[in-house]
Every structure is written in structure tokens, then in C-alpha cells.
Design a binder for this molecule. Structure first.
Ligand code: G
Ligand code: G
Ligand code: G
Ligand code: NA
Ligand code: MN
Length: 252
């Protein structure tokens, strides 16, 4: 369990670092939001990606304090950018099922808003459909509390999880993110195109915004534009950037 004890030290030693990937607005061609993606700057290892440490944090429960730290750090960063004169840009912050289950989540979000002074409208949370489906009525209560604070909710990795269309109507969700598995072969796969078209139709009738993830080519972008998808995220525009590179992007 060397990894686990290294992760404990990482939080104490300030080795975690949020990166920021732009979500672009097709209509304005500007940055619509920044997704916050955690990195671990591990001494003598370099930059470690979340897939190599988030699962361990989820298993041992450390995702709760680390996730709280991410929310706080990202809000502080947003405030620093605003004080430096940059136009405010919403942050899209990932929440794991484990964080979502934790009873102190809402209180800790409130505290972070009070202490950083961030406008809650600048914070949205991304939650997978599987995480949403795990906790029944309690889920609706937590989502309502977050929503009443003025924060938005998105469903992440849409289409890959435990799907029930009923919750789209019941939950105060503003946006769905089509998983990049459906975008990757969009040009070659008529099935993927049919899925994207169906998601767009559903989203339009429920008045949900849609983000397509994993957009890597101009051809994918053109198809998404044809389907009426307004928001796009992927390496065609930018990878996840460190705070300084994100600042430069926002500064134009
Ligand atoms: O708009 P600009 O030339 O600054 O584009 C920056 C990058 O975004 C380029 O790599 C371009 O290929 C890509 N891009 C192409 N079409 C669009 C679009 O409709 N919206 C946005 N935001 N970027 C686009
Ligand atoms: O940046 P990358 O695409 O490698 O991230 C992989 C996955 O790690 C993301 O899809 C997301 O689910 C998870 N992840 C990244 N950053 C965070 C974070 O700050 N909190 C949580 N809970 N998950 C994250
Ligand atoms: O939260 P989620 O698991 O959806 O996080 C998004 C993940 O997708 C991050 O790990 C990010 O680095 C990755 N990603 C973002 N854009 C692209 C892309 O255009 N192509 C690929 N392959 N991965 C991407
Ligand atoms: Na996400
Ligand atoms: Mn996703």
C-alpha cells in the first residue's frame, strides 16, 4: 500500500494540482467553461494522471478530502483570475459517487463559497449517471440543495452508465455531456451518429444543454454542428492546461 501512503503525503505536501480544459461554445467560438481535471505532480515521477490514482482515492475514501480540496483550490483560482481582470468563466468540477454520498458535501460546498467569495453561478458539478442512480431519494435532496445554492449540475459520460430517462426529468440537471466513446468514430459509425442525433432530440425536448466530449477532428466538429450541439470539448481545441496556460487562454 505504498501508493496509498504516498497519496496521503501528496495532499499534505501540496502535490495535487488542478488542470483546466476548455469547453467551447460553437456559436461564440469562445470558452464556455473550464473543466477542472486533477493531476498529481509526484516528485521523481512527473505528472500522474487521474486514472492512476483517483480509483485508489475512491476506494480508501480519501476522495472526500481531496475532492473538497479540489473544489476550494479551483474556486480560489477563479477568484484570482477575476481579481486580475479576466472575465469570469464557469468551472465544471467532477464529483465522484463517494463524494456525493458523503453527508457533509453540501455543508462543505457552502463553506467554500462563503470563504472564497465565488459566485455560485460560476460553479457546476459533473456527476455520472451511475453515481446519480445509486442513492435513490437522497440524491434528489442533495441535488436540490446544490441547485438552490445557485450551482448547476451536469451528467457526465452520458450514455455509458446506468440509464434511466426518468431522472432527467426529476433531477435539476442543466446539461448532459455525451461521452467521448460516441464521438470517437462519429464519421465512420452510423450507429454513433444515430445515438448523437437521438441524444440531441431528447435534450432539446427536455431543454437540456449538451456538451460533446473528446472532439479531436474538424470532421467530428462539423457533424456535431449539423446535429445542433452547441458545446464541444476536446483536443481539437485544447488539452487540459495548467493554471498559467489556462490564464493565457482566457486572456486571449
Ligand atoms: O476560431 P479560431 O480560429 O481561433 O479556432 C481555434 C481552434 O478552434 C482551431 O483549431 C479551430 O480548428 C478550432 N475550431 C474550428 N471550428 C470551431 C468552432 O466552431 N468553434 C470553436 N470554438 N473552435 C473551432
Ligand atoms: O483528465 P483525465 O481525462 O485523465 O481524467 C480522467 C477522469 O478522472 C475524469 O473523467 C474524471 O472522472 C476523473 N477526475 C479527474 N479530476 C477529478 C477530480 O477532481 N475529482 C474527481 N472526483 N474525479 C476527477
Ligand atoms: O470527467 P471525464 O472522465 O469525462 O474527463 C474527461 C477525460 O477525457 C479527461 O481525462 C481528459 O483528459 C480526456 N479528454 C479530454 N479531451 C479529450 C480528447 O479530445 N480525446 C481524448 N482521447 N481524451 C480527451
Ligand atoms: Na467530467
Ligand atoms: Mn466525461
Amino acid at each position: 500500500h505504498a501508493l496509498e501512503s504516498n497519496l496521503r503525503q501528496a495532499l499534505a505536501n501540496g502535490e495535487f494540482e488542478p488542470f483546466y480544459q476548455p469547453i467551447m461554445d460553437m456559436r461564440t467560438r469562445r470558452v464556455h467553461a473550464l473543466e477542472v481535471l486533477l493531476r498529481w505532480r509526484r516528485p521523481e515521477h512527473g505528472l500522474v494522471m487521474p486514472d492512476d490514482f483517483i480509483p485508489t482515492l475512491e476506494e480508501n475514501g480519501m476522495i472526500v478530502p481531496v475532492g473538497e480540496w479540489v473544489i476550494r483550490r479551483a474556486c480560489e483560482q477563479s477568484m484570482a483570475w477575476q481579481r486580475a481582470g479576466l472575465a469570469p468563466v464557469p468551472l465544471a468540477i467532477n464529483l465522484s459517487a463517494r463524494q456525493f454520498m458523503h453527508r457533509a458535501l453540501v455543508a462543505s460546498i457552502k463553506r467554500i463559497v462563503d470563504e472564497t467569495g465565488i459566485d455560485p453561478q460560476l460553479v457546476e458539478f459533473e456527476i455520472t449517471e451511475t453515481a446519480l442512480m445509486q442513492h435513490g431519494e437522497q440524491t434528489l435532496e442533495i441535488l436540490d440543495q446544490i441547485n438552490r445554492m445557485g450551482m448547476r449540475l451536469s451528467i457526465d459520460d452520458f450514455g455509458t452508465g446506468y440509464s434511466s430517462l426518468a431522472y432527467l426529468k426529476r433531477f435539476p440537471v442543466r446539461k448532459i455531456k455525451i461521452d467521448r466513446a460516441f464521438i470517437r468514430e462519429l464519421e465512420a459509425s452510423s450507429e454513433d451518429r444515430a445515438i448523437v442525433a437521438a441524444v440531441m432530440a431528447l435534450a432539446n425536448s427536455l431543454q437540456l444543454q449538451v456538451v460533446a466530449e473528446g472532439v479531436e477532428t474538424e470532421e467530428q466538429l462539423a457533424l456535431l454542428r449539423d446535429y445542433g450541439c452547441q458545446y464541444v470539448q476536446g483536443w481539437l481545441f485544447a488539452r487540459a492546461l495548467d493554471a498559467e496556460a489556462a490564464r493565457e487562454l482566457l486572456a486571449g
